[in-house]
Design a protein around this ligand. Structure first.
Ligand code: NCD
Length: 305
């Protein structure tokens, strides 16, 4: 049976997530044996907001599976700039591709897909709401690097208010057992109330702190994000808060030997280049894992064995 659409990780079961990780891991081990799996299939990549990694890794994933790709990388070059509704775009797309990845700023995009898309649609990031495939590759990386996602302590730092990777990661973590979360941000950038309520419903406990140095010695994972400059309604708030968070080499003195630093990228100044050479730095491996996870997602959502 084909899976439907993927706009929130909340609706994905832990079993399905683990299935996707197992498949991604088999692909990572022997990518060549998957090279023909999507022959004759087309992936449409519809990016109404900027993207580097998500779009290119989805495209790379489809090409590595032997499929083809089409799409656009900016709302300006699509007919939405002429006033076309997204519902009409979806209606037409059903005949042009077999699966699509879409990055859009409309919060209700998943509902529109449900009504108008007959092909599986996967969110490549929805406004400030969610980024479910990023969370899957984040969790895959944690599982691969630490051997588990259960029983870990993670610090999630930066722009918890506007960063869409964060709600998805938290909803994903909520499915695992005994995960301890430290949310690290200035009060102005704390998680939204609705995200908080959902975490409480899902039984994911978290603590709040403003300073990563206070909790660094407890962490198995330090997940860093950039301030989402483009989403600040008042640019002076961004100016005030930017640079408030930067990890320095000396901050890591008390870190566990096995701690890993992740970042969905792009980074701005929160992780200086001098950290890249440290054993903790796993953010480029994380980006590479995106290809394996997205190959697995394409196979699962197309229902290809
Ligand atoms: C993130 C995004 O677009 O939400 N990037 C990504 O997909 N890896 C993070 C960001 O833009 O800060």
């Amino acid at each position: 049976m084909n899976l439907e659409h993927l706009f929130t990780i909340r609706r994905m079961s832990k079993n399905l997530m683990e299935d996707i990780f197992d498949l991604a891991s088999s692909i990572e081990e022997k990518p060549d044996s998957f090279a023909e799996k999507c022959k004759g299939k087309i992936l449409a990549a519809l990016f109404f907001e900027p993207s580097t990694r998500t779009r290119l890794s989805f495209e790379s994933a489809m090409l590595r599976l032997g499929g083809q790709i089409l799409g656009f990388s900016s709302a300006k070059v699509s007919s939405s700039s002429k006033g076309e509704s997204i519902a009409d775009t979806f209606r037409m797309l059903n005949h042009y591709a077999h699966i699509a990845v879409i990055r859009h700023y409309i919060e209700g995009i998943g509902e529109i897909a449900k009504e108008f898309a007959t092909i599986p649609m996967i969110s490549g990031g929805t406004g400030t709401q969610e980024h479910p495939t990023q969370a899957l590759l984040d969790l895959y990386t944690i599982r691969k690097e630490l051997g588990k996602v259960d029983d870990i302590t993670i610090g999630i730092m930066g722009d918890l208010l506007y960063g869409r990777t964060i709600p998805s990661l938290l909803f994903g973590l909520a499915k695992y057992d005994n995960v301890k979360v430290h949310l690290i941000s200035p009060p102005a950038l704390h998680i939204r109330k609705n995200v908080k309520l959902r975490l409480e419903e899902n039984g994911l406990a978290f603590r709040v702190t403003e300073n990563h140095k206070e909790v660094i010695d407890e962490l198995d994972v330090l997940y860093v994000t950039r301030l989402q400059k483009e989403r600040f309604p008042d640019p002076t708030d961004y100016e005030r808060l930017k640079g408030a968070y930067q990890i320095r080499k000396s901050d890591l003195r008390k870190a566990k030997d096995s701690m890993i630093i992740l970042h969905p990228l792009p980074r701005v100044s929160e992780i200086p280049f001098e950290l890249d050479e440290l054993k903790y730095a796993k953010y480029f491996d994380q980006a590479k894992n995106g290809v394996w996870v997205r190959m697995a997602l394409i196979l699962k959502y197309l229902g290809v064995d």
